[in-house]
Design a protein around this ligand. Sequence first.
Ligand SMILES: Cc1ncc(COP(=O)(O)O)c(C=O)c1O
Length: 388
Amino acid sequence: MRAQRLQGLGASVFTEMDNLKLELQAQGKDLINLSIGSPDRAPSLDVRKVLSDAVMDGSQYGYTLTRGTKEFRESCTNWYQQRFGVRLDSETEVLPLMGSQDGLAHIFLALIDPGEMALIPDPGYPIYTAGLVLAGGQKVSLPLLEENNFLPKLDDVDPEVARKTKLMILNYPNNPTAAVASLEFFNQVVKFAQTYDIVVCHDVAYSELAFDGYRPISFLQSEEAKAVGVEFHSLSKTYNFAGARLGFVVGNAEIIEALSELKSNIDYGVFGPVLKAGSYALNTHQPQVEETRATYQKRRDVWIQGCAEAGWKMSIPKGSMFIWAPVPTKQDSLTFAIELAREAGVIVVPGVGFGEHGEGFVRIALVQEEDVLREAVRRVQEFLSRKD
Ligand SMILES: Cc1ncc(COP(=O)(O)O)c(C=O)c1O
């Protein structure tokens, strides 16, 4: 009954961890879930007030259509100008999304014909592979290795393959490795894309979650980037909008037009009140984002210091809401994650779930309050002490 294409979706590792979680919950085990990157906070009260006022406004219930409102598109382009110094046309170079996932899943259908190739980071956020599979495209893995600071080595891509490649995905600050990218790296990407005529899609969902004064840059800050690509933004993490589903894509007008045309056959646009609240957050909320950053930074430090005390050392991330930690035992990442869940009740994601190059690592999402994280750390310490 099910279409063949569904078979290529989803890694079995995630299913296995989900089943384990259900089994442990059924046994009444007290679990601390550090697996899903879903923010545990809500948008601040004033943002919710704008949302609720708009919800009560009877004029807000029509279709907004794919392009959304001018008000929201202009908030995006103004924010871009202020944050990155990048000028964008609010009519042709920005499109609202029902979360960045909407755009990342559909961009392949808009640009890739069956059999065409795309370069996908490994390890990488699973939707990239899923979107490509749904479009019938062919995946070429772009390994992200620790020795290269989890940046792809573009020189290592076979020129024959590069010539056949239509699209590449990048994501910095990165999920799951938490790595960040420099302007110099993006300059190399633009050159590579121009040489081989490849569309670059940069997922920058974590642009505002960065620590110790570091500020991630936009791919579009690289000269001529707009000629080769687009950048996907999310309000989910920056403003805790995850369930309200709001993001946007900016950059190359032709790519945006293709995605817009596809989406106009699929949806009728984001709910007006959500667009209004998103505009308000983008226009006024930069000081509050500082608080969000501080919260994640503190959580990061609690986890890293606590694990170091147990002899588990890991890199200190400059951005994202994740820690990418080497498996501290001689086990593979799935076996370690299963044991940690069974014995300590702490749920993390085995790195192999994000691709074969994720093996040897686990991903910890900093999505619990500090006191809960302290308890998780205490359990990890106890667990590791039994392993000596
Ligand atoms: C790297 C990355 N991109 C995109 C998304 C999707 O975000 P959104 O809620 O905007 O669809 C996530 C969500 O966790 C993510 O980690």
